[in-house]
Ligand binder design. Structure first.
Ligand code: GLN
Length: 305
């Protein structure tokens, strides 16, 4: 398997030249477009990796499924479903998705920025400091890695420049979809996006979702199996934003991308996959990362369809 991953990196590396690292968050522009790593954790206990799989990057939107899990753990399915919809928007992740002078929960989903900002308010905790702590703790538990921390520079960079997210959050407030102080909610969202991970962490988090809430060889459930179904279904339809349909056809597994260049893929009951390659396509998805997943899906028969 390690050989297959190395070959996949070799074959797909050139695609990164067709993409660009994110620059709208200035700190992300420092990423090296040539970095490429893959890690896979399989249900038979095998762990495979290749390339820059220990290089750290910010989780960005891949925190959205973790946020959703935290919101579900703290509020249950009914409450979360009533406040954040599950329909694919078919629009970019930061789209201002409102129509006819109204904004309804059905216009958003947990995998776009508006939905994720709303979910920050649902994390249990007496302060936003505590809410973020709890989200970081859940990320660490899912990844089995206590040393996961915040990338302070990326956090400050996005906090300083994230005016589109500010606009989205103020719209949520205008239409009574969030009650709390907007800047506090945004601060939690920016911190969440700036959690630093590597491919191995993503493979572990993906595996826990593939394994319905249990980490490898652990009896204790981190979350109920029904939450895995909820999250994986939304990843399938919305995880790659307006590229989700194409990804479903070509790869066929639930997955989530982030503008830091990561992709986490969940192969239900079989494996978790973490990929890092920071050059992005025009939709904000890792361009070589998607190619690598296409190759792996073909060779390992990963598509669930
Ligand atoms: N922090 C990023 C933003 O809000 C996350 C977007 C992404 O990874 N697609 O713009």
């Amino acid at each position: 398997m390690d050989e297959l991953l190395e070959k996949t990196i070799e074959e797909c590396a050139a695609f990164s030249k067709k993409g660009k690292v994110a620059s709208y968050i200035p700190e992300l522009e420092k990423a090296n477009p040539a970095d490429f790593g893959i890690a896979i954790l399989s249900s038979d206990g095998r762990f495979s990796r290749a390339g820059d799989c220990h290089k750290r990057f910010t989780i960005q939107s891949i925190v959205k499924p973790v946020l959703l899990l935290q919101a579900l753990l703290d509020n249950g399915v009914e409450y979360v479903r009533a406040h954040v919809g599950v329909e694919a928007t078919g629009k970019p992740f930061d789209a201002i998705n409102y129509t006819e002078q109204s904004l309804l929960s059905d216009h958003i989903n947990p995998m776009v920025n508006m939905g994720a900002i709303a979910m920050c308010t649902m994390i249990g905790g007496g302060s936003y400091e505590e809410k973020f702590r709890r989200l970081l703790d859940l990320t660490r538990r899912l990844a089995g890695n206590d040393s996961i921390e915040l990338d302070e520079r990326v956090y400050l960079s996005e906090k300083r420049t994230g005016n589109k997210n500010r606009a989205l959050a103020y719209l949520l407030k205008t239409y009574n979809m969030i009650e709390d102080d907007v800047e506090e909610v945004l601060d939690c969202y920016f911190r969440a996006c700036s959690i630093q991970v590597d491919c191995v962490d993503l493979a572990h988090i993906g595996f826990t979702l593939a394994n319905h809430g249990r980490r490898m060889r652990e009896e204790e459930r981190i979350f109920p199996a029904e939450y895995a179904s909820y999250v994986n279904a939304i990843l399938m339809t919305c995880g790659m934003y307006d590229g989700s349909g194409d990804f479903a056809v070509k790869v066929g597994v639930p997955a989530k991308s982030g503008v830091g260049g990561g992709i986490m893929a969940v192969v239900p009951t079989r494996m978790g996959i973490g990929i890092f390659s920071p050059a992005l396509d025009e939709k904000g998805n890792s361009i070589a990362g998607i190619r690598a997943l296409e190759t792996l899906s073909r060779k390992l028969y990963l598509s669930i369809f």
